[in-house]
Design a protein around this ligand. Structure first.
Ligand SMILES: *[C@@H]1O[C@H](CO)[C@@H](O)[C@H](O)[C@H]1NC(C)=O
Ligand SMILES: *[C@@H]1O[C@H](CO)[C@@H](O)[C@H](O)[C@H]1NC(C)=O
Ligand SMILES: *[C@@H]1O[C@H](CO)[C@@H](O)[C@H](O)[C@H]1NC(C)=O
Ligand SMILES: *[C@@H]1O[C@H](CO)[C@@H](O)[C@H](O)[C@H]1NC(C)=O
Ligand SMILES: *[C@@H]1O[C@H](CO)[C@@H](O)[C@H](O)[C@H]1NC(C)=O
Ligand SMILES: *[C@@H]1O[C@H](CO)[C@@H](O)[C@H](O)[C@H]1NC(C)=O
Ligand SMILES: *[C@@H]1O[C@H](CO)[C@@H](O)[C@H](O)[C@H]1NC(C)=O
Ligand SMILES: *[C@@H]1O[C@H](CO)[C@@H](O)[C@H](O)[C@H]1NC(C)=O
Ligand SMILES: *[C@@H]1O[C@H](CO)[C@@H](O)[C@H](O)[C@H]1NC(C)=O
Ligand SMILES: *[C@@H]1O[C@H](CO)[C@@H](O)[C@H](O)[C@H]1NC(C)=O
Ligand SMILES: *[C@@H]1O[C@H](CO)[C@@H](O)[C@H](O)[C@H]1NC(C)=O
Ligand SMILES: *[C@@H]1O[C@H](CO)[C@@H](O)[C@H](O)[C@H]1NC(C)=O
Length: 762
């Protein structure tokens, strides 16, 4: 979707009549329509509305900027809202330029949220965002549909939109989805939606613009194995398990068929195999993606065929103008049935009915107001998330840098992001009440003298001058990548390297805070004069405060890498257009993600602490399990799908794998317990390891221990064959705890292969 900063500014000057209004179900013309009858089901209510529409009116209601139907009292409605990490500007979300409704809580980017590996935090963020979204809706400034989250797994470090995602690992992405989407929608299987969440972009979308390939016309060639095991896993979580209300189809094609007219991905897999068939489950196009099927994919001869193909495939609303413009003539040409159009409208309005759009003003969530936006509690959460997401990559003991009580510590501050504010938010951010840069946060640290060196000054001259006690260099490099544009390099800019190398010669402790995108840090990691290195990504509105709290030891870091940090040369080893995850000697593809690439600069899951934390597995008594017995022990009343069934390593029905974490240092700290599975089973080549469980433990005091309960499932043990089938294989298994591995538990599975999920073939 296009970034809408520019459009949001334009929207400010539009008359208030643009505002999102509730239909008048009390006195207006719609009050006699059953759509306003709260005693009926959402579907019955939507059906009543659709029954009242003429064909021309129906054709008018198929794009995001719906004009409504005046005759019936159905107001205009914009389906396009954004709330990736806080309510954000979009054609369907209107901020005011000052005063009430001029900001919302702005959390860190999902890549930084994910680094916390904290499920409860994911849930809490979704709760705040959806509460604020309902406040904006009550303020007539937004609809109830939000096209978030972005859950394409972060496959290639060059991707311009990787910052919007919870990282490269499908298990982490799935945990993020389950918590975020569930809290946005108002709980598990809610009777009414708090807001309507949208998982995007379906599917195999993770290329913006790279060496002449654009997302609008890119054809992603993906093997059934990679599709099932990787690209589709987040959507399986959304559709089959978390039951997201809506899904967005992507710009690209998958194996020759554009995503928004792809009957395989939409009909066979999404609606068929995953049974994503609730009345309100609608699909939106990405913005202009229906048009792109004609202009970029050249998939159809006429515009009419193009819009009809999307509608017939099950795409219910066009973010763009192709549907309203060309559906009428497509209809006259007999390219689709009116009943197909009715089905789409039924889905769209069932969702709105279920979100209370046609309910009276005393219905749930109608009482939240501007007072509920960016509350002190919400902002405290934004700070906590930012702190939890910061990752310590290197430390010789310089951190934490605690100013002494009896004298002032002189800190030399250098780098392009020392006073960063909006940059801390990343893209798809709404305006925030306040933005705290690292420099601003340092103003409140006592016993500190700050010496600021501008990036263009020679830091050496200034530093010798001041005899700094320590140096803090804060910077990012991005090469202008964002939506629509990927990176060509994943290295620091030459001038930044030069500045750090000069600072490193000063003989002072040098702390580097790496902000923004992950790029190859090997020069910093290998330079003995770089004392400490943190990665803080895009830490949001209070990100500078979070960084300084970590630097000064007010908070201890415990974030973990949500992606692999690749060596800079990686970009020359595999083209972005090569979607294959597995290494391939034929093409030279070295493999993608920690599962397949074994020469990372910083490994997925890595992260240091200010204290010594060691782990021990409560070793289960059994070391051999029979596949058929595991499957027959599954309670299918409780678990709808065999991959969700628990694997009880101790052979009991209550225990999970326990990991005892002991703090033998002197600083209290959080710790993320991570469990991976590796082993010799299933098809080759085999993944190096796969994350199967994690738990963040909080505030482990010096000298004490806490125990993580890591719940493995039968799905944790599975692998995928070349057709994409998910299978339990006999063989030798290893559970690996932590990165780098601290403990290993080995076991075997016996018996014969069991197919857990037969993947639909094209
Ligand atoms: C609703 O319907 C009733 C009976 O058909 C009619 O008397 C009344 O005027 C209608 N009200 C509106 C607002 O259309
Ligand atoms: C369709 O919408 C346009 C404005 O977007 C309006 O002028 C026209 O009257 C509408 N047609 C019908 C049948 O509602
Ligand atoms: C499929 O989903 C529908 C609607 O959510 C539900 O009623 C039905 O039981 C599901 N069918 C299966 C086989 O899970
Ligand atoms: C701003 O919002 C508060 C809280 O809802 C409300 O009391 C106040 O009247 C609003 N101010 C304006 C100018 O609308
Ligand atoms: C909204 O704010 C009011 C007043 O502060 C509070 O009582 C209420 O619990 C808040 N609602 C939510 C959903 O946070
Ligand atoms: C530390 O610096 C502050 C502000 O610059 C100054 O007021 C204070 O006297 C200094 N403290 C010492 C111990 O030098
Ligand atoms: C940082 O930004 C603030 C306001 O944005 C400004 O007042 C301050 O002078 C800046 N500090 C430095 C060191 O540039
Ligand atoms: C610094 O402290 C003052 C006084 O407590 C407070 O008003 C200000 O917001 C703080 N600044 C930051 C960046 O937290
Ligand atoms: C691993 O990466 C380093 C750079 O980080 C490179 O020098 C080395 O050749 C790579 N090894 C292999 C086997 O690719
Ligand atoms: C399966 O789970 C259901 C409910 O979750 C429970 O009522 C039933 O007793 C369980 N069956 C077995 C065999 O444990
Ligand atoms: C965890 O390890 C510590 C240190 O080895 C030990 O004292 C403690 O009993 C263990 N706790 C559990 C629950 O195993
Ligand atoms: C594992 O399951 C137990 C029991 O259901 C639960 O209390 C615990 O929170 C789970 N652990 C994680 C990390 O989700």
């Amino acid at each position: 979707m296009a970034s809408y900063t520019g459009l949001a500014l334009l929207a400010l000057s539009l008359p208030l009549s643009w505002a999102q209004q509730y239909p008048d179900c009390q006195n207006g013309p719609l009050s006699n329509n059953s759509v306003c009858d709260t005693g009926l089901s959402a579907r019955e209510r939507a059906q009543a509305l659709v029954d009242a529409l003429t064909l021309e009116e129906k054709l008018n209601l198929t794009h995001n900027n719906s004009p409504g139907v005046k005759r019936l009292g159905l107001p205009a409605y914009n389906w396009w809202g954004e709330a990736l990490h806080g309510v954000a500007a979009a054609p369907g979300v209107q901020f005011s330029s000052s005063g009430n409704w001029s900001y919302a809580t702005s959390f860190p980017q999902p890549i930084s949220i994910a680094s916390s590996f904290d499920d409860e935090l994911f849930y809490a963020i979704g709760t705040v965002i959806s509460t604020e979204a309902r406040a904006f809706n009550n303020g007539k400034r937004s609809g109830l549909d939000y096209w978030t989250p972005n859950i394409n797994p972060f496959r290639d470090p060059r991707w311009g939109r990787g910052q919007e995602t919870p990282g490269e690992d499908t298990y982490l992405v799935k945990r993020y989805i389950d918590n975020m989407v569930t809290s946005l929608q108002g709980g598990r299987n809610p009777t009414s939606y708090k807001v309507i969440a949208t998982c995007k972009h379906y599917t195999a979308y993770d290329l913006e613009g790279w060496q002449g390939n654009t997302r609008y016309g890119f054809d992603a060639i993906v093997s059934p194995q990679d599709l099932s095991e990787y690209y589709m896993q987040p959507f399986q979580q959304c559709a089959r398990d978390t039951k997201v209300a809506s899904i967005m189809c992507s710009y690209n094609a998958i194996n020759g068929v554009p995503a928004c007219a792809n009957s395989y991905t939409i009909q066979s897999v999404l609606r068929g195999h995953w049974n994503w068939t609730a009345d309100e489950n609608y699909i939106t196009s990405d913005c202009t993606s229906i048009q792109n099927m004609f202009t970029d994919h050249h998939a159809f001869d006429t515009r009419q065929q193009t819009v009809a193909a999307a509608l017939n495939a099950g795409v219910d609303v066009d973010c763009g103008y192709y549907n309203p413009t060309f559906l009428p003539s497509a209809y006259s040409q007999g390219l689709f049935q009116e009943s197909t159009l009715d089905k789409s409208l039924l889905r769209l309005y069932s969702g709105l009915a279920k979100a209370g759009y046609f309910d009276p003003p005393d219905s749930p969530w109608r009482s939240v107001t501007w007072d509920n936006v960016s509350t002190p509690e919400a902002e405290d959460l934004a700070l906590k998330v930012a702190e939890e997401g910061i990752i310590l990559l290197k430390n010789d003991g310089t951190l934490p840098l605690i100013p002494p009580e009896d004298r002032n510590l002189t800190l030399l501050l250098a780098g392009g992001w020392i006073n960063a504010t909006e940059q801390l938010q990343g893209n798809y951010a709404g305006p925030a009440r306040t933005l705290v840069s690292p420099w601003m946060a340092l103003q409140n640290v006592s016993n500190l003298n700050l010496v600021v060196v501008k990036w263009y000054e020679n830091p050496m001259l200034r530093a010798i001058d001041t005899q700094a006690d320590a140096i803090l260099y804060i910077d990012a490099t991005n090469e202008g990548a964002d939506e629509g544009k990927d990176r060509n390099t994943i290295r620091w800019d030459a001038m930044q390297v030069d500045a750090v190398e000069m600072l490193a010669t000063l003989g002072r402790p040098l702390i580097v805070a790496h902000m923004g995108e992950q790029v190859d840090d090997s020069a910093l990691l290998n330079n003995p004069n770089v004392s400490s290195l943190l990665w803080a990504g895009y830490p949001g509105m209070l990100g500078g405060q979070a960084l300084i709290n970590i630097v000064t030891g007010k908070t201890a870091p415990a974030g973990r890498m949500p992606v692999t940090q690749y060596p800079a040369d990686y970009v020359h080893q595999v083209p972005m257009t090569d979607m294959n995850l597995r290494p391939d000697p034929q093409t030279g593809n070295p493999g993608r993600t920690y599962k397949w690439f074994d020469n990372a600069t910083v490994e997925f899951g890595f992260g240091l602490h200010y204290t010594n934390l060691s782990t021990a597995i409560g070793t289960p008594s059994n070391t051999s399990f029979d596949i058929q017995s595991l499957v027959s022990a599954c309670n299918f009343t409780t678990y709808s799908h065999v991959d969700q069934c628990p694997f009880y390593p101790s052979g009991s029905t209550s225990s999970s794998l326990s990991v005892n974490v002991t703090n033998s240092g002197t600083t209290a700290s959080d710790f993320v317990a991570l469990a991976f599975i590796a082993g010799e089973y299933g098809p080759t080549p085999r993944p190096l390891k796969s994350l199967v469980a994690y738990q963040r433990l909080f505030d482990i005091k010096p000298g004490s221990s806490q125990t993580a309960s890591l719940n493995l499932t039968l799905g944790s043990l599975s692998r995928y064959d070349e057709k994409g089938n998910q299978i339990l294989y006999p063989g030798n298994y290893r559970v690996l705890i932590d990165v780098p591995t601290q403990n290993t538990w080995e076991f075997v599975l016996t018996g014969s292969e069991y197919v857990m999920d037969e993947w639909p073939q094209v």
